[in-house]
Design a protein around this ligand. Structure first.
Ligand SMILES: CC(C)(COP(=O)(O)OP(=O)(O)OC[C@H]1O[C@@H](n2cnc3c(N)ncnc32)[C@H](O)[C@@H]1OP(=O)(O)O)[C@@H](O)C(=O)NCCC(=O)NCCS
Length: 155
């Protein structure tokens, strides 16, 4: 008899084209101005570090980062709404920080809405510091919203 693997441990792995629909579904459930599936496909084509957290075949979170010239930029990180506050975001962020360091980044930058308390707490807990503010960076219902720029120093 062939054993069927059940309840496989969660794994962070490279995002594939076949994952894009599931990733875009989490994205559109989360954000008022979500990235389209096409943007995720472009990220795959661009060769960014694109990862998903796969729990027994189900995608429950993802992260996207670019690394060039010693600088990493965290472009997106998101966890399925029903599964937040279980350590998945921290696991994805930790993975991306380790990957950036392996790719010899000296710093990681990211933008976050000042109203996004959960994410800001997560970044601060991981060691990010405030670098400044980008005015009018995000689309908002009544125009735009500033972004807080955070930085993590590897050295
Ligand atoms: C931000 C996000 C990725 C965090 O993922 P998560 O799996 O829920 O977070 P974790 O369970 O790993 O928590 C890590 C830390 O984040 C902070 N945090 C997470 N959720 C929080 C909440 N609801 N309130 C306050 N702090 C929170 C805490 O510091 C937490 O550490 P603690 O549990 O020891 O207190 C998730 O909330 C999310 O997907 N949000 C929508 C997308 C988004 O805003 N992405 C960031 C864009 S810049």
């Amino acid at each position: 008899m062939i054993a069927v693997a059940k309840d496989l441990p969660p794994v962070i792995r490279a995002m594939r084209q076949a994952d894009v629909a599931a990733v875009a579904a989490i994205e559109s459930d989360t954000y008022e101005f979500p990235w389209s599936a096409g943007i995720f496909r472009d990220c795959l084509l661009a060769g960014y570090t694109n990862v998903v957290l796969d729990r027994d075949g189900e995608i429950v979170g993802y992260g996207i980062m670019s690394v060039a010239a010693g600088e990493a930029h965290l472009l997106n990180i998101c966890v399925a709404g029903a599964l937040r506050r279980q350590g998945i975001g921290r696991a994805l962020l930790g993975y991306l920080l380790r990957r950036a360091q392996t790719l010899r980044a000296q710093r990681m930058f990211l933008e976050v809405r000042p109203s996004n308390e959960s994410a800001i707490n997560m970044y601060r807990q991981a060691g990010f510091e405030t670098l400044g503010v980008r005015e009018g960076y995000y689309k908002a219902r009544d125009g735009s919203e500033d972004a807080v720029v955070l930085v993590y120093h590897f050295d």
